[in-house]
Design a protein around this ligand. Sequence first.
Ligand code: 5RP
Length: 262
Amino acid sequence: MSSELSPIDKAKFAAAKRAAALVESGMRAGLGTGSTAAWLGRCPGERVRNDGLKIKAVPTSTATAELARSEGIEVIALDEAKWLDLTIDGADEFDGHLNLIKGGGGALLQEKIVATASDQMVVIADVGKKVETLGAFPLPIEVIPFGLQTTQKLVEEALVSMDVLGRETSLRMDGATPFATDEGNRIIDLHLKRIGDARQLALTLNQMPGVVENGLFIDICDRVIIGFGDGKVEVRDIDSGTVENSQVDFAEESNLFADLAD
Ligand code: 5RP
């Protein structure tokens, strides 16, 4: 049961479980990508199957679309939804202003489009994603395949005048071939170690031809739900400045955990 989950998985589950309570019938909701967001897909999925929860979900990747459908959640395109009540997604890092690095799973472009088209973006994360300053996690940027090496070189040159600690870049690979995003683009990871001015960096990167989008989410996230391995959950709201604590009881989740063991 839950004892088979690692403390990090328990923390991710706790955050996702709390976030699932924000989803109400009739909502159009954006569903994020990654292992934490995958937990989220299972929680409303259970409510869709057992409690008649009716939502329309806009997934942020083909992987999330598959998971949502397998959970019985109705999937629609963003252009059909037009605007979303809520988007819930994971993050690779978040700071005290709820600015984020995202894109560890390579879905940052759809994730940013979906989050920006939402009344609210809520991030779910285990406590290990919390940082003082963004940048220890490599910052992903999505670039088009045409002129890839030239774009990479231009990005490296631009980094010289940026307030960052490291300037190495690497093309993300998927085995022997470059990783391809859902849009058929490539990901370059920027190993910056510390980002002094995330806003300026985000603007600079997006002005470069060949760069489609970067993984810095500035002023997009409204709330972060932080999960801990013991089931504790902390909800931080950037607008109200409030912090709310609660507890997830893993023993009550035996159905979900049993499903996973199948
Ligand atoms: C995918 C993302 C993910 O939200 C991010 O990488 C966090 O993933 P995980 O929940 O597996 O740690 O941005 O592009």
